[in-house]
Write a protein that binds this ligand. Structure first.
Ligand SMILES: Cc1cc2nc3c(=O)[nH]c(=O)nc-3n(C[C@H](O)[C@H](O)[C@H](O)COP(=O)(O)O)c2cc1C
Length: 230
């Protein structure tokens, strides 16, 4: 018998963008995944369109997702275009499409990164609500025992959300608060965004050069700055 050959080599990361503040985090994660040669399946919740509009002025349209995504990924955290992104490695699924590929465990994916994750999304995933495609993919990711990284963004956190985050941790997800650190020598807002995005990629095991790693030397950051500037 001929050895079995997998004819569907595309195995993307699903990036779910929910309606918490932090659309620059999502852009940084998608850019870095594409730069690492990873394929991306993208789901943007209804509420995330509002945060995107608020934070970037971009009105994200299903029918023109490539154009709108290119414009989004081009933006730095200062709202100005700094990047050029080739979105040909991205497959976009509308959040209302519950028949989309990733809604089934048989659709090949590596795992899911929810960046940023709203507390509503945390609650929905913790309860297994599957109220839209984003939450359904998260439930599928957990049931298939694939990596699920949840970059929650809210402050302060209620006891209810804290319990739901513990439930996600116990279910196997990585709870990764969108909380930048300052030891990597940030000199721009983008450095803080890239730190969080880099920690998301670390949790997923995807190589990147988004931030300078701690090297065991106090004061290293102030000596050079993240971008080598004075
Ligand atoms: C401008 C704006 C910023 C928001 N920021 C946050 C936030 O940082 N964290 C959060 O949990 N919810 C935030 N919300 C509320 C969520 O969008 C809301 O709970 C929504 O129902 C989330 O739905 P989703 O999880 O389906 O995307 C924000 C809403 C708006 C309009």
């Amino acid at each position: 018998m001929e050895p079995y050959e997998d004819r569907s080599p595309r195995r993307p990361w699903v990036v779910g963008v929910s309606g918490a503040s932090g659309t620059p985090y999502a852009a940084a994660v998608v850019r870095a995944l594409l730069a690492a040669g990873e394929a991306v399946d993208l789901v943007v919740s209804r509420a995330a369109r509002l945060t995107l509009l608020d934070e970037t002025g971009i009105r994200f349209r299903d029918a023109h997702w490539q154009e709108d995504l290119r414009a989004w990924l081009a933006l730095g955290a200062d709202g100005k275009p700094h990047f050029e992104a080739d979105v040909s490695g991205v497959r976009y699924w509308p959040a209302g499409d519950l028949a989309a590929g990733p809604s089934s465990g048989s659709y090949p994916v590596r795992g899911m990164l929810i960046v940023p994750a709203s507390t509503a999304c945390v609650a929905g995933v913790a309860l297994g609500l599957s109220k839209d495609l984003l939450q359904r993919v998260a439930s599928v990711t957990l049931k298939e025992r694939r990596p699920l990284i949840v970059a929650v963004r809210e402050t302060p956190l209620s006891g209810q959300t804290l319990k739901q985050l513990v439930a996600l941790d116990e279910a196997g997800a990585v709870v990764l608060p969108a909380s930048p650190a300052f030891y990597a020598g940030a000199t721009h807002i983008q450095d803080l965004v890239d730190f969080v995005a880099g920690r998301v990629l670390d949790a997923a095991g995807v190589p990147h050069r988004l931030y300078r790693r701690w090297e065991g030397e106090l004061g290293g950051a102030s000596a050079s700055g993240a971008r080598g500037e004075s």
